[in-house]
Ligand binder design. Structure first.
Ligand code: ZN
Length: 312
């Protein structure tokens, strides 16, 4: 039963510097929808921004902790080093023009596993890519005035994890999460789950002797995998414990339930549920327009609003 398994990516979380600059980049340049404006539940003086498609469907959600003054991180091993969005065929020229217009650094289009992609970085130097998938992607993108359905990002295609040795991480993907090795190109190993059509791919990049990453602005914080509900999630918790790995208890993130564990290659993994979703505290039409606080901080709302940078 595929409902009992990992269903590809749920969300990916990275660290940013300035909140306004992050908001402008993802909502304006990239044309994503902000589906939730909340705070870091472990540090309520910091925002937590969620960007995605209209409803914030799992597999489309990129989230950020913007920490002003945190300093620049370093991309390296033991972290996700590329976040790859799926885009419509024929849209890469549009994106190149757009990146030029908005002074976004990008490289000329390349090819991997027969698929064309364009690498770029956000305002904090986070590595991303836009890729035209070989398999059709029928997900609807979020439209803005300048970005319509024929160019809009559709959600994740994949993410790349950089590792000194891929084997221990590969075993988590295959033996626990139900992925299989699809193909290999040089030191890049592509893993896929057959439970979903999209956001189903994880690439492992083997860099023996690679420099470990440093987690600060412009780097990835964790990668969350998707499960249907808490029953499935807690079964995974048992399996992960039985493999001798440490994992947190179930944590209520208001929009999903989470478990976190560090896989042996050093990447922080999360397992997150589909329920209850982003419309639990805001109607669909208003997603991302109000500052939402978890109930434990609601009494401190005035202080929190005071401390957070104002968003224009
Ligand atoms: Zn997360």
């Amino acid at each position: 039963m595929k409902e009992q398994q990992i269903l590809g990516l749920h969300h990916i979380t990275a660290i940013a510097g300035d909140a306004q600059r992050n908001y402008d980049f993802y909502t304006q340049v990239m044309g994503s929808r902000m589906v939730k404006k909340t705070v870091n539940f472990d540090d309520p003086g910091t925002y937590h921004f969620y960007y995605g498609n209209e409803t914030g469907t799992p597999g489309t959600i990129l989230t950020f902790f913007p920490w002003a003054g945190i300093g620049q991180g370093r991309t390296g091993t033991g972290m996700a080093t590329e976040i790859t969005y799926s885009v419509p065929a024929g849209s890469l020229d549009f994106w190149k023009d757009r990146f030029t217009r908005f002074n976004v650094p990008f490289t000329e289009a390349g090819e991997r596993f027969g698929e064309t992609f364009l690498s770029f970085t956000d305002r904090d130097g986070l590595n991303l890519a836009l890729l035209v998938p070989g398999q059709p992607d029928d997900r609807q993108g979020w439209e803005t005035k300048e970005i319509k359905q024929d160019t809009a990002t559709k959600g994740f295609h994949s993410t790349t994890l950089s590792l000194q040795k891929i084997e221990p991480t590969a075993k988590v993907l295959t033996d626990i999460f139900g992925y299989r090795l699809l193909s290999q190109e040089g030191n890049r190993y592509r893993f896929i789950t057959d439970t979903v059509k999209n956001a189903a791919i994880i690439d492992l990049l083997e860099l023996p002797g690679g420099t470990p990453g440093v987690n600060a602005a412009g780097t990835n914080h964790h990668v969350a995998f998707r499960v249907a509900d808490e029953d499935v999630q807690m079964k995974y918790r048992e399996t992960i414990l039985s493999k001798g790995l440490r994992i947190t208890p179930k944590i209520d993130r208001d929009y999903f339930y989470s478990l976190y564990f560090r896989e042996p290659g050093g990447v922080l993994f999360e397992i997150a549920t589909d329920n209850p979703g982003f419309t639990v505290d805001e109607p669909l039409a208003e997603l991302g327009t109000h500052l939402k606080l978890p109930k434990q901080y609601e009494a401190m709302r005035a202080d929190i609003e005071n401390e957070l940078p104002t968003l224009k």
